[in-house]
Ligand binder design. Structure first.
Ligand code: DOR
Ligand code: ZN
Length: 337
């Protein structure tokens, strides 16, 4: 049987939530990845070091309850104007080196985000972050027309990339083919790619009956965008690392009239990546995409953990603890061994 071993896989963009949801979903990632960058947009956002340390402890405790000891969560710190030099210095000392910037109101849990990104207070924080060697991850969307939001945000990335040439800036969940050239243009600009943006398009959301389970931010775009992003992933372009943006919401929250944005992909990530890369005869590129690129971009140590996949079918459940996963009910050609 065809197999593939991936050394030290990283998921550089993950929502784990808290409490019962965290306890339910942690295993999907912790069993299959060496490490993941966990997002701070909780109901009580992770806006300071104490909250970040306590959250990391809860994640590690949830892993322990599942008997998983070899998973390292990386906690990102929610960027708000109240961060200062002392807090950022302490964060860095505690191994918290990634700041997450949400434009206020752009997505789930962004109410505490930044209203004016190029405001002097924010720029001061970024100056400190640069001097400390931190990484800035950005949800890059304007509040304009939904299909143009990412491109409308490009000037902000350009201004930040030019102003802070030593700050590594991550363009999160790239969704528009026009963003690829921007990432290539600046040495200090990098990006993450999700599984859903490289495989799905707006057709999956509204092409037939409305499918709220594929509603996410940034919204899935055209086939042309999807195809361009897929090519970037398949080539394991060194400026792009894998970040699933797996974002669990209960079925009731997705199917209600206030449909929550977010796609839950954690249960299928590595098998579907293997199937995708294998179908294009570039399976040997997958390790760069899910491991080496993140190792280089974020300067993360490689873990001893490896994950073995095999070409054996896996049927995706209809529901996992009340959450509908991506491709629910379908069968994949690959599974985790
Ligand atoms: O679709 C999304 N869901 N996009 C985000 O930026 C946030 C995420 C969530 O937290 O549910
Ligand atoms: Zn996210």
């Amino acid at each position: 049987m065809e197999t593939l071993t991936l050394n030290s896989p990283f998921d550089m963009h993950l929502h784990l939530r808290d409490g019962e949801m965290l306890e339910n979903v942690i295993k999907y990632t912790a069993q299959n990845f060496a490490s993941a960058l966990v997002m701070p947009n909780l109901q009580t956002p992770i806006v300071n070091v104490d909250l970040a340390i306590a959250y990391k402890q809860r994640i590690l405790q949830a892993c322990k309850m599942q008997g998983i000891e070899n998973f390292m969560p990386l906690i990102s710190l929610y960027l708000t104007p109240s961060l200062d030099k002392a807090e950022l210095t302490r964060a860095k000392e505690m191994g918290i080196f990634i700041l997450k910037l949400y434009p206020k109101g752009a997505t789930t849990g962004s109410e505490s985000g930044v209203k004016e990104i190029l405001d002097s207070r924010v720029l001061e924080i970024l100056e400190i972050a640069q001097s400390l060697g931190m990484v800035l991850s950005i949800h890059g969307e304007s509040n304009g027309f939904v299909m143009e939001r990412e491109v409308e945000f490009h000037p902000v990335f350009e201004a930040l990339a030019k102003n802070f040439p030593k700050l590594r800036i991550i363009f999160e969940h790239l969704s528009d083919h026009r963003s690829i050239a921007l990432v290539e243009k600046y040495e200090n600009l990098f990006a993450t790619l999700t599984l859903h943006h490289i495989l799905l398009s707006l057709d999956n959301v509204v092409g037939g009956m409305l499918n709220p389970h594929y509603f996410c931010k940034p919204i899935l775009k055209t086939k042309k965008d999807q195809e361009a992003l897929l090519q970037v992933a398949l080539s394991a372009h060194s400026k792009f690392s894998f970040g699933s943006d797996s974002a669990p919401h209960l079925r009731s929250a997705k199917e209600s009239s206030k449909g929550a944005a977010g796609i839950f992909s954690a249960p299928i990530l590595l098998p579907l990546l293997a199937q995708t890369f294998a179908s294009k005869n570039v399976l040997e590129k997958l390790e760069s995409f899910v491991s080496h690129n993140a190792h280089k971009i974020y300067q993360l140590p490689l873990s001893q953990k490896s994950v073995k996949l095999c070409k054996k079918p896996m049927t995706i459940p209809q529901e996992c603890y009340g959450v509908v996963p991506m491709l629910a009910g379908e069968t994949l050609e690959w599974s985790v061994a």
